[in-house]
Design a protein around this ligand. Structure first.
Ligand code: GSH
Length: 104
């Protein structure tokens, strides 16, 4: 019986920790960028200076670009594009303005 119990406990704790990780990533701001884009850099700099976590996605990868187009529900392809608190947002100044409102 003990032989079954230990692997079961290990399996469950790994499962729980991977779920926590999944939720953390979902809550994190998702930031779609292209390398060298000054507007993207502005948003990244603001986040870095204010300890706001984000997950970067490079839309020079066609699959990532497709994912961004699906997420934003409009015809725009400009970056930066972000999903913050579940909300799709574009325009660097608008993204920063929104982040300022949730800093508390
Ligand atoms: N006003 C926008 C400008 C964004 C912008 O022009 N981004 C360029 C890259 S630096 C872009 O996405 N160009 C590709 C395109 O227009 O599809 C902002 O502040 O976010």
């Amino acid at each position: 019986m003990r032989f079954l119990l230990i692997p079961a406990v290990v399996f469950l704790s790994v499962l729980m920790s991977s779920r926590k990780q999944g939720n953390a990533n979902k809550d994190k701001m998702q930031l779609y960028v292209i390398p060298g884009c000054p507007f993207c850099e502005k948003v990244k700099r603001f986040c870095n200076e204010n300890n706001i976590e984000y997950q970067l996605h490079d839309v020079t990868n066609p699959l990532i670009k497709e994912e961004m187009i699906e997420a934003r529900h409009n015809d725009k392809t400009t970056v930066p594009f972000a999903v913050v608190d579940g909300k799709p947002m574009d325009e660097s100044d608008a993204i920063i303005a929104y982040l300022k409102t949730r800093k508390g």
